[in-house]
Each structure stands twice: as C-alpha cells, then as structure tokens.
Design a protein around this ligand. Sequence first.
Ligand SMILES: Nc1ncnc2c1ncn2[C@@H]1O[C@H](COP(=O)(O)OP(=O)(O)OP(=O)(O)O)[C@@H](O)[C@H]1O
Ligand SMILES: [Mg+2]
Length: 260
Amino acid sequence: MNDKILELKSVNKQYRAFEGFFKGSSVTINAVDNISLSIQKGRSLGIVGESGSGKTTLAKLITDITRPDSGSVLYKGKDIRQADKTEYPAYRRNVQMVFQDPYLSLNPKLTIFSAMKDGIEKYYGKKGLREKCAKYLNMVGLDEEYLDRYPHEFSGGQRQRLSIARALSLDPEIIVADEPVSSLDVSVQAQILNLMKKLKLENGLTFILISHDLSVVSFLCDDVLVMNKGQMVEYGSVEDVLNNPRQEYTKNLLTASKGE
Ligand SMILES: Nc1ncnc2c1ncn2[C@@H]1O[C@H](COP(=O)(O)OP(=O)(O)OP(=O)(O)O)[C@@H](O)[C@H]1O
Ligand SMILES: [Mg+2]
C-alpha cells in the first residue's frame, strides 16, 4: 500500500534578483534546489533553516501557489500538473496553507462567517453553513458569536486561531503552516501549539510546519528537513536529525535556537 499523501521529486525554483548601482546586473537565486521528500499519512514534517534558505518557497510549491521550474509535486501518487477535474480540487482542499501573518490572510472587509463560508460552500454546498463554521470555531476554542465580527476585532492569537479554523473547515489531510506562532507571545504560542498537537493526535491531521524554533518542531513533528540556500542539508526523523545532527549547519541552528 502506498501511504504517501504527498511527494516532491527533484523540485527546483529559481528567482532572478537585480543588483548593482542601477540594478543593471541580475543574479539567479536557487530558492529551492533539487528537493525530494515525501509525506506519509499521519507523520508531520518540520522545515527549518536560516532566513532566505527557501522554506516559504518550498511551502508555496507544495500548495501550488508557486509552480516549480522543474521537478514535480505528487498528490497520492499523481503529478498535480496531470491531475484531472476531480483530482485537482481534491488536492487543493486536502492541502491547506496557514500563513505567518494572520492579518494578511484574512480579508479585513469580510466578517469571519463570510471568509469561512465560501470555501466550505465550494466543496460541500450551501447546507448548514453557519453550523459548520460554528463547529470549527469551537474546535479552536472560539465562540460562535465571533462569526459576525471583522478581523480587526480580534487579537493576534485569535486571528491565528481563525486562520486555522478556516483551514480546518475544509477537512484537509495536511496543513502547511509557515511560522504560525512566531508573531505571537509565548502563552498564546503554547495555546496554538497545543491545539495543533491535539488535532494531530485526535484527528490524524498531518502538519508541515515551518519554524525557526527547533523546540516547536520537536514538539509537533516526526520528521525534519534542514534547508540551506535552497538545498537539503539533512532530512530524517526528528530524533535522528535534532538529537544527532551530522552537519555543522544543523548544529549551529540548534545552538542559535537554544540561545534565543
Ligand atoms: N518572489 C520572489 N522574487 C524574487 N526572489 C524571491 C522571491 N521569493 C523568494 N525569493 C528569494 O528566494 C530565497 C528564498 O526565500 P524564502 O522566502 O523561501 O526563504 P525563507 O527560508 O522562507 O526565509 P525566512 O525565514 O526569512 O522567511 C531568498 O533569497 C529570497 O530572497
Ligand atoms: Mg519564510
């Protein structure tokens, strides 16, 4: 049985950056350089690496926000570029992204209900929309009455919970979370991380978690990918890689993370 939900095969993404006094010369940045990995059902992956190492680009390739220059992303064994009219929506629904900054991912002009209902309606129809939205708010510890409020009426931690509720409302298999707690204070971070852990253990949700904080990755993830300059430095179980790092780069990340 193939229990890989998601697979990346030799994925590459380059960007062109302009530099020099008049920005006349350009350099090519290998944002993601030949990355291959697989996500098994029920196993969560952490992605770590210093700033600019390609973590967000990789998340965008996984969620098809950005397309690779070469290589492929497979959902349940099928290249998403070759997915048909039922396979592609299934992939989009099942692989959801939660962004670092909940201010940017929630439309300020829409109430929470309006923001949540469109996605649910698209995949599940109009029936019981309000009840469904309320159910997911409850799951993240927020009251139903919040449905009619606007994003600016919430604290940062509440907004991050709302983005998670919106992602959950589509009943995905994987949530790709890019630094989901780094903009929050420590007590709120703990609330969100405990919620994610509960969703993982009780609902079998798989997380792909980007974090510069390696203790967050150890808390939630089973596997870890260490990136530097777009490339894979180490990849394996959290136990192997974080407890027994082979590369100097990983050791330095661990020291930096502990020193925070
Ligand atoms: N849209 C873009 N256009 C040009 N260059 C880009 C673009 N997006 C990313 N890059 C470059 O690609 C490289 C990887 O960026 P990326 O945002 O993936 O890093 P990151 O690991 O998420 O960093 P951080 O920890 O700071 O969020 C960087 O050199 C960045 O400047
Ligand atoms: Mg990033």
